[in-house]
Design a protein around this ligand. Structure first.
Ligand code: PLP
Length: 351
């Protein structure tokens, strides 16, 4: 068996999906399954469908192509704003794309007309996280443009927080979406169907009074790793170990914990810091930054602590481990979202 290797615990993933669908249903919310964190791996796609999801979403067209080939999803969303250079493929592959630029909408409309299709769009509103989307005062003008385009159908309104600015979700943001939807109804007599309130972070508002009318969330992290990075919380009763990474030990030695010699910068140009803990038992694993985000993984074995790493090596302190770890032994790790993202797209990790 090849290492490093990802293990997908499908039953746990399935339970996460089912739970999320049920929780959301109580609030009249449909869940769109976001596959980008798992590189749209076929087993993950199948499990999401089995758990009751009908719409799947990804930020990459390449991933949507793979999902489409499986023929299981009812609708495919392209989450990242389309590049002008890819509008033909976007219309061919995605049922719905997320947009904030008039030029792109025009190009999508033209491409759709040529293909004899109507392409559905969600218009993004930026409520403060400052990644993509128009500010709320620019929303109605964009709607007017979209409604005038023959190849485009305005399907919904969407917002996203907690990504660039780390802005926390709030009821006010969702109320803003609802008020924009009312304005569109008043001004253009057009009913916006889908009101897509956010991502995993937004599920924290289920605890509050969920605003009636917000009828969709797009969820990746919560389903895949049962965690919400923006709010830094594990989702209660969700599995955090649906994905495990296994890596192999290539050295075990007793060594000082403080490097010997003058300290410059590490392989990534950073100044490293060390505390002298005396002689420690350390293992080196055949796994590194080319495979994973080493700052976003948690060892399963008690007494194992990640102390650092480089492109191809992960260093762990195993002094406190009760197991007599040897070269050739395997260690397992739980992954946070960014580690999963890296591991599922690295060409070196077996899946
Ligand atoms: C990635 C992404 C999501 C999913 O976010 P999670 O935090 O993984 O739930 C939702 N919407 C957009 C636009 C995204 O890019």
């Amino acid at each position: 068996m090849k290492n490093p290797r990802m293990i997908i615990q499908q039953e746990k993933l399935l339970q996460n999906v089912v739970q999320m669908v049920q929780k959301a249903q109580k609030h009249g919310v449909e869940i769109v399954g976001v596959t980008k964190g798992a590189g749209a791996h076929a087993e993950v796609v199948k499990t999401m469908i089995r758990g009751g999801l009908e719409i799947l979403a990804d930020s990459r067209l390449e991933n949507l192509v793979r999902i489409k080939e499986l023929g299981l999803a009812k609708e495919l969303y392209l989450l990242r704003l389309p590049m002008l250079s890819q509008v033909e493929e976007v219309v061919r592959i995605a049922d719905v794309s997320f947009n904030s630029q008039e030029e792109t909408l025009q190009a999508l409309s033209q491409a759709a007309e040529i293909q004899g299709k109507v392409h559905k769009v969600m218009l993004m509103v930026d409520v403060g996280d400052l990644r993509e989307g128009v500010l709320s005062q620019d929303f109605l003008p964009l709607v007017e443009k979209a409604l005038a385009l023959p190849g485009i159908q305005l399907e919904g309104i969407a917002t996203n927080v907690g990504c660039y600015g780390g802005v926390l979700p709030s009821l006010q943001q969702l109320e803003l979406l609802l008020s924009l939807v009312s304005s569109v109804q008043e001004v253009f007599h057009y009913r916006i169907e889908k009101i897509s309130g956010g991502n995993t972070a937004t599920t924290i508002l289920f605890q509050d009074r969920w605003p009636q009318g917000i009828n969709q969330l797009r969820i990746g992290e919560g389903l895949l790793v049962g965690f919400d990075s923006t709010n830094n919380r594990a989702l209660e009763s969700f599995h955090q170990d649906a994905f495990l990474l296994q890596a192999e030990i290539i050295e075990v030695q007793n060594k000082p914990s403080y490097p010997i010699g003058e300290i410059g910068r590490d392989a990534f140009g950073r100044v490293p810091h060390f505390t002298d803990r005396g002689i420690r038992r350390r293992a080196v694993l055949a796994l590194g930054r080319q495979d994973i985000d080493i700052d976003a993984m948690i060892p399963l074995l008690q007494g194992v602590e990640i102390i650092g790493g480089s492109s191809d090596h992960l260093l762990v302190d195993v002094t406190a481990s009760l197991e007599d770890l040897k070269v050739g032994d395997i260690l397992l790790f739980r992954l946070r979202y960014s580690a999963l993202l890296h591991a599922m797209t690295s060409g070196y990790v077996d899946r």
